[in-house]
Design a protein around this ligand. Structure first.
Ligand SMILES: [Zn+2]
Length: 250
């Protein structure tokens, strides 16, 4: 069992209008503390790059979307806990307002973290043609390699949308470890279709503890998967917003 924990933004404090996936620095630090207290150890990232199997109770920290808080907030917290993470940054967003600069991304890489491909434009890849798919992966990998001076081997398709074509072209591009957005703990370790647990602002300490015990809110998860498959992406985001607003009121 390896827990791939996926984070998005980490904010300095709690903001009412924060995105669904945004957690606070305190929440994040407490979760890192819980991992250590529960006897979890970090999966060495060079082992992951070599697709090496692993023992029980390991975790890998993933940070998606390349926002600037990954440099300003996440990096110091990881340093404090002496942990390394994988940062999946869409390259078209680099140097834009609110996102990492090339220089910050290089510093993250130099601090020993792994920079992974998350496509160039943060585009859903299972519905585009092969030419576009290759372009998204190649452009992104070349740019990341240029910035960090290191080969890129980790890949997270945006939104977790993957299929055999996405996997094949990723492998051809040199990406040999693929993390999806499928909920799970990788009891069957498949390096081109790794499961993850996305952490969000509603993940309480108690829920996190359950996650560490390998439990998952199945009904909620499968409901979400069905909604995601049936409705257009934008509608799904809106629906999710409503549901969580309702939940907070009740
Ligand atoms: Zn993303």
């Amino acid at each position: 069992m390896i827990h791939f924990l996926t984070y998005h933004k980490v904010s300095a404090q709690n903001e009412d209008d924060a995105d669904f996936y945004t957690v606070t620095r305190d929440q994040f630090s407490q979760q890192l503390q819980s991992l250590a207290s529960a006897g979890f150890t970090p999966l060495p990232l060079d082992q992951l790059a070599d697709r090496k199997g692993t023992s029980e109770k390991q975790f890998a920290l993933n940070f998606d979307d390349g926002t600037v808080d990954h440099f300003e907030i996440v990096l110091p917290v990881l340093a404090q806990f002496n942990l390394r993470g994988i940062f999946f940054a869409p390259t078209a967003k680099l140097n834009r307002q609110g996102y990492l600069t090339d220089h910050q991304l290089r510093q993250i890489s130099e601090a020993g973290h792994v920079i992974g491909c998350h496509s160039h434009d943060h585009k859903r890849l299972d519905t585009v043609n092969e030419t576009e798919l290759r372009h998204q992966l190649r452009t992104s990998c070349e740019k990341l390699q240029q910035i960090t001076g290191k080969p890129v081997w980790a890949f997270a398709p945006p939104g977790g949308f993957s299929n055999p074509t996405v996997q094949r072209i990723a492998l051809e591009t040199g990406l040999n470890v693929i993390r999806t957005m499928r909920w799970g703990f990788n009891s069957k370790l498949d390096f081109i279709s790794l499961e993850t647990v996305p952490i969000n602002r509603h993940t309480t300490g108690r829920q996190f503890q359950k996650i560490l015990e390998g439990k998952q809110p199945r009904l909620l998860y499968f409901g979400k998967q069905a909604a995601k498959a049936l409705v257009p992406a934008r509608t799904y985001e809106r629906l999710r917003g409503w549901i969580f607003k309702l939940k907070r009121k009740t």
